[in-house]
Ligand binder design. Structure first.
Ligand SMILES: [Zn+2]
Length: 519
């Protein structure tokens, strides 16, 4: 199996993504994790461009990597300067990394219009910069910016720029589709043509502007590239870089290359979530391989087939990338979804019970409920089906008032009457809104009997106004996310009245909390 080198640029190209900003601590955390995962190179930043990256390289000196080499990124020397006097190249040396990645121009349009220099000077800038960095004992990766666009405009000149880097002693020549607009077959053909001309290892760096970032990286590999650059979750400028979370499993599981160990590949989903967490990004559930929806099945026919043979509706075994299969419960579900879901919950549901649950779900969804993201409500439905199941409490009455009181602004109050066993509890509480008041009153009523409710916290409360076109009887749907420090769960309520919808979701949430805690 051919081994390919993975070069991660999440910490440099990835942070050029709008809305992503990483502190030095964040970058160090991600670097450690990337090393554990087994990437070969970690590009830490551009020390010539900002003080934060200088600090990162300073602190990274004490990091001991098991697998990866750290790379500092910068551009070739300025025109009319000597390489050894160029401030940017000096900053790269000072970063004290074993690897330096230096970017140069391959496209005449950039040489003349952007750099405002000439073809020969640009070649000198590339060759002298690489020669100088090599003389300082660095492994030098040469990034040929806009290589494919340059090659399409003037192939001979684009090749001359690579030749300059090669003569300077570059260890890898990386062909970049910087604008992200090339198509996979162009990338493959051009990479293969370059591969004919050079003995030096080739790399590929692509962006996703045409939706081909991953495909273009794979095409580069087919053209002869053995070094791949990309970012975790495809972070990057504009719409992003090639997503390593798709590139790596495609290469390894489908194309027969080796990038990381199978054991580490099974940690890919964790790595993806970890990086989102540190970067404070909501995980994209639709990401291939690592997204929450990547292996979720909703249609009843799909789920029924999956129960017979797991290969029927999934392209790989999700365990290989550390993801898992999910069965969604909705009005499209059949008995198979319910039975499969019950197994995931560790519950037993027979055929008749499953049939009844499907009917209930279809009825409730017609009323405006939705169960796809409210698994705790489905779980309760299954428990209530069990003979001998006793609800931990039953609602008798509730009342809420919202008042404007002089000097105090708007005040909400709720009273709740519930039965627990043969006892009746009647309590009142205030809150910053009617739902908060109801929540507080309900806990107050239950806390003496169920002291463990003290750890329960409402995390999120979402209201969706259902439009008349949805054809449901209800006007509002409420989803509540709750946690007890260990587990998180979601419940749903729907009604023509927002308080009633909230009460249903809330009551389910408390009942589930009491169930959870028993286990
Ligand atoms: Zn880039």
């Amino acid at each position: 199996m051919t081994k390919l080198s993975i070069y991660d640029t999440t910490l440099r190209d990835g942070t050029q993504s709008e809305g992503i900003s990483l502190s030095v601590n964040d970058k160090l955390k991600i670097a450690r994790r990337l090393d554990e995962f087994g990437v070969n190179y970690i590009e830490g930043g551009w020390p010539g461009s900002n003080p934060k990256d200088v600090e990162f390289f300073d602190r990274a000196k004490s990091l001991k990597f098991k697998n990866a080499k750290l790379a500092a990124f910068g551009s070739t020397r300025r025109r009319d300067t000597l390489a050894e006097q160029d401030r940017n190249l000096q900053a790269l040396i000072k970063a004290e990394t074993p690897v330096v990645t230096v970017v140069g121009k391959s496209w005449e349009l950039h040489v003349i219009d952007v750099l405002e220099t000439n073809r020969e000077e640009n070649l000198d800038m590339i060759k002298e910069s690489v020669t100088y960095l090599k003389s300082q004992g660095k492994e030098v990766i040469y990034d040929a910016e806009h290589f494919f666009d340059g090659y399409k405009a003037h192939p001979d000149y684009a090749i001359e720029t690579l030749r300059a880097a090669d003569e300077g002693g570059a260890d890898v020549l990386v062909l970049c589709d910087t604008n992200g607009g090339c198509l996979p077959w162009e990338i493959q053909e051009i990479t293969a043509a370059v591969d004919e001309l050079f003995d030096t290892r080739l790399g590929i760096h692509t962006h996703d502007d045409g939706g081909n970032g991953v495909a273009n990286t794979l095409a580069g590999v087919r053209g002869g590239a053995v070094h791949l650059q990309g970012t975790i979750n495809g972070y990057g400028e504009r719409v992003g870089n090639a997503n390593l979370c798709s590139v790596i499993p495609n290469l390894q599981l489908k194309m027969g290359y080796s990038c990381v160990s199978a054991e580490n590949l099974a940690r890919l989903t964790d790595l993806s979530h970890f990086v989102d967490e540190v970067a404070n990004q909501p995980p994209d559930s639709r990401l291939p391989y690592v997204g929450k929806k990547a292996f979720s099945h909703k249609g009843g026919i799909h789920v029924a087939a999956m129960l017979k043979n797991e290969d029927s509706y999934q392209h790989i075994n999700p365990d290989l990338v550390g993801n898992h299969r999910q069965t969604l419960i909705s009005d499209l579900s059949g008995r198979g979804n319910v039975i499969d879901k019950a197994h995931q919950f560790g519950l037993d549901v027979d055929n008749d019970q499953a049939k009844e649950i499907v009917t209930q779900i279809k009825d409730l969804e017609a009323q405006g409920f939705t169960f796809e993201s409210a698994e705790a409500s489905v779980n309760l439905m299954m428990h209530r089906m069990k003979p001998g199941y006793k609800r931990p409490f039953e609602l008798i009455d509730f009342m809420t008032v919202v008042e404007h009181r002089q000097g105090r602004g708007v005040v909400s109050e709720a009273t709740v009457k519930v039965r627990v066993g043969d006892q009746i509890f009647h309590t009142a509480a205030e809150g910053n809104g009617p739902v908060n008041a109801l929540d507080t009153a309900l806990r107050k009523a239950l806390i003496d009997v169920y002291p463990r409710l003290i750890n329960i916290r409402l995390d999120d409360y979402k209201v969706r106004i259902l439009d008349s076109e949805s054809g449901t009887a209800a006007h509002v749907r409420v989803l509540i996310d709750t946690q007890n420090g260990k587990n998180h769960w979601s419940t749903v309520g729907a009604s023509t009245n927002i308080i009633d919808a909230s009460w249903r979701a809330l009551a389910d949430s408390m009942e589930y909390a009491l169930l959870e805690e028993q286990d």
